[in-house]
Design a protein around this ligand. Structure first.
Ligand code: NDP
Length: 399
């Protein structure tokens, strides 16, 4: 049916590539392109032998002309951006120029400020629409499936949704005192930023980790959950009609928080460059270099993730609640694709989103967040592709 160009060869890209190769009717060919070609080649070795033809290339995705040249050579139907959020705009520019459809899993971040906003990417709406090119923003798990869950709840269970609580729990244990489950730089920027939630038409800012609750998660048990800002709050606030409150919660262990606080206190999480032995270095990038590589956590991580959305609203004049969630087992993901569940839960929805575009179900010129599309074929594909979901019509609510 089609060809995908996957940009990036890290933890999430590896899952995307494996899952594309499990669906050769849709992904007849893939090309994996990243800064370090040897990583793409290593991935190709794992994947060769199936029906999907795998190519590799080297590209610096910060450079639009290099991307344009690569897209012209490879001729993909869709570009799946699973490099870093810093490359979103250059890759979107190249897709516009070559008229290739685009999909990513994280919103653009300027490297110099940890600032999470869709405004830079939403600025491309008119240009993509005029060019007849589809861009799907945020098709990982969160953002991604959380938006699909919201569209599904809206379509099937509610006349109006008044509140959404997104709960992202990871009860995995990798045996290290401190390590991040995905790119350490991106992860630490996210969790050390101020928190915020949406209420009655505006965003309310909190100090980092200021708001904490305990929630009893199916198959995981009671966990400390902390309120964070998360990028889907911005698009859901815009796209969910009648919404009054949206909050995002994530689990952190006390050990993770204690280490993070110490690293913050000594300045190791700063993104301000400093002078070190005659060279400019960014402390957070140095920290990344000494922390375990997230892709090495796969074989060591045991336990489960549970990510889902709890909705409150009304249907036919009556109050209603609904909880939809997915549970993934780190070891099962590792056995299937050689990655732990955090990369798995981000990579599978990226493949499904690309599948939706290639099969025409989500093909719509312009720049769109996932909740703007029909959720049903995506939800159906989740059950087939390793992300089965569960429903609870009387969930415990978060106070
Ligand atoms: P990794 O650090 O493991 O991989 C990033 C990859 O991008 C590497 O292969 C890296 O290449 C490549 N890359 C970086 N800069 C460039 C560049 N200028 N040109 C070409 N390639 C480049 O990250 P992850 O796989 O953990 O994360 C990938 C993306 O997924 C991130 O944007 C992250 O925010 C997102 N994500 C989304 C989630 C969701 O649920 N929505 C959850 C988890 C992650 P090299 O190794 O050569 O530097």
């Amino acid at each position: 049916m089609g060809k995908a160009l996957i940009i990036g060869a890290g933890a999430v890209a590896s899952v995307v590539a494996h899952k594309c190769c499990q669906n050769p009717d849709v992904f007849e060919e893939i090309c994996i392109a990243s800064r370090t070609r040897s990583k793409c080649e290593a991935l190709k070795k794992e994947l060769d032998g199936g029906r999907t033809k795998v190519e590799t290339a080297r590209v610096d995705a910060d450079k639009v002309p290099e991307l344009v040249q690569l897209i012209r050579e490879v001729k993909p139907d869709i570009v799946i951006n699973v490099a870093l959020p810093y490359q979103d705009l250059t890759i979107m520019d190249a897709c516009l120029e070559t008229k290739a459809d685009y999909l990513d899993t994280a919103n653009y971040e300027p490297p110099e400020t940890a600032h999470f906003e869709y405004k830079w990417q939403w600025d491309y709406r008119d240009r993509f629409e005029k060019a007849g090119v589809t861009a799907v923003l945020g098709s990982g798990f969160d953002p991604g499936v959380t938006g699909v869950f919201s569209a599904y709840a809206q379509k099937h269970y509610f006349d109006e949704i008044h509140s959404i609580d997104i709960v992202d729990a990871n009860a995995g244990d990798h045996g290290y005192k401190f390590a991040t489950n995905f790119n350490p730089e991106i992860n630490i920027r996210e969790v050390s930023a101020k928190g915020s939630y949406f209420e009655n038409g505006k965003f309310i800012e909190t100090e980092p980790m200021e708001i904490k609750r305990v929630y009893d998660l199916p198959q995981i048990g009671p966990k400390d959950i902390y309120l964070l800002h998360h990028e889907e709050l911005e698009s859901l606030a815009l796209n969910m009609k009648g919404i009054k409150r949206i909050r995002f919660w994530m689990t952190f262990s006390q050990s993770y928080l204690d280490h993070l606080r110490a690293l913050e206190d000594v300045g190791m999480t700063s993104i301000e460059p400093i002078e070190f032995e005659g060279k400019q270095i960014v402390p957070l990038q140095f920290l990344k270099a000494v922390l375990p590589d997230p892709s090495s956590l796969g074989p060591r991580t045991k336990g489960k993730t549970n990510i889902g959305c709890i909705f409150q609203g009304v249907k036919d004049g009556k109050e209603r609640t609904y909880y939809v969630y997915n549970i993934c087992d780190h070891q099962e993901c590792y056995r299937e694709v050689g990655s732990q569940a955090v990369a798995y839960t981000a990579g599978v929805p990226a493949m499904i989103g690309a599948m939706m575009v290639l099969t025409g179900k989500w093909k719509k010129a312009g720049v769109h967040n996932v909740e703007e599309f029909d959720p049903d074929p995506f939800m159906e594909a989740m059950n087939r592709c390793g992300l089965a979901w569960h429903e609870d019509f009387a969930p415990e609510l978060i106070g």
